[in-house]
Design a protein around this ligand. Structure first.
Ligand SMILES: [Zn+2]
Length: 286
């Protein structure tokens, strides 16, 4: 298996399903245009791994958005992954103070998980647990989805990885087995993802168990920003602000917070946007 993939697996004699995610190239691309400190990097990496793990379990075309909001230091964190495993994400931090730990970074914030299948988006909200994003999401799964889950997440500036273990609904499980799997999952570190990881890592972690591994699926970084969406940002800014910016700088540059792509608007574009007869630019495929 190459890095940047998810491997689903199951246990032959324990009613538990699992998945392992390993992000490296896509993860470094996500960090490329940002200058996050190590704690924010780690938290964003945990979010990337977790969102990919949740998205791989989608049974329909759609997307998962994980959003952490309302904290003092971490203003906002957004991570999105489609059912095709196209991932993007960003964090916005109060730069005036550096948080010492996860609790300080995310204090008082909430985590919203939105499952978007097109017609009826479903959102579950859970308070951020002081301990970690993984613990917060375990609460989310226990409460919103009522699926007992173990989640282990690791990240540094080179890799983001994670493991999701979920009980199969309706099938009784031996508590000792469930606790043992928890302990094994909790041993996961960034070092486990230094090389190929993949099936070898699953085999090593669960050496005592019969594990059935399914086909790996590739994960990519891909931003879905378009000319149309960027123009919406300008419209929200308003005509007066837009014209003032144009006056000052000669043109307006809108930078996508996810991929760093620069969208440039000259006077003629601003004219078109705010004239009564508006034709949106066609969505461009990046
Ligand atoms: Zn973008």
């Amino acid at each position: 298996m190459s890095a940047d993939s998810v491997i689903p697996f199951g246990f032959e004699s324990i009613p538990v399903r699992g998945a392992l995610i390993h992000l490296s190239r896509s993860w470094r691309r996500m960090l490329r245009d940002h200058d996050y400190d190590s704690l924010v990097t780690e938290t964003l990496g945990h979010a990337a791994a977790a969102t990919g793990l949740i998205a791989q379990s989608l049974k329909f075309d759609g997307a998962i958005t994980l959003q952490v909001q309302g904290g003092a230091r971490l203003r906002m964190l957004v991570m999105q992954c489609t059912s095709n495993l196209e991932l993007r994400g960003m964090a916005s931090v109060d730069g005036s103070q550096v948080a010492g730990d996860f609790a300080e970074l995310t204090g008082d914030s909430h985590c919203a998980v939105t499952v978007d299948a097109g017609e009826r988006p479903y959102q579950g909200i859970v308070e951020i647990n002081d301990e970690s994003l993984a613990a917060s999401l375990e609460h989310y799964f226990a409460r919103s989805a009522q699926v007992p889950s173990h989640i282990a997440l690791v990240a540094d500036e080179a890799v983001a990885g994670g493991l999701l273990l979920q009980q199969v609904p309706g099938q009784p499980i031996d508590e000792d087995d469930w606790n043992r799997l928890h302990i094994l999952a909790a041993t996961l570190t960034c070092n486990d993802f230094a090389g190929e990881a993949g099936m070898g890592l699953i085999g090593r972690l669960f050496a005592e168990d019969d594990v059935r591994v399914y086909r790996a699926r590739e994960v990519d970084f891909r931003c879905r920003c378009t000319a149309r969406k960027t123009e919406d940002v300008l419209r929200m800014l308003g005509e007066r602000e837009a014209r003032a910016a144009l006056e000052e700088h000669g043109d307006i540059e809108v930078i996508c917070e996810y991929c760093g792509r620069r969208w440039l608007y000259a006077a003629v574009d601003v004219e078109r946007l705010f004239s009564g007869n508006v034709f949106s630019a066609p969505d461009s495929i990046q």
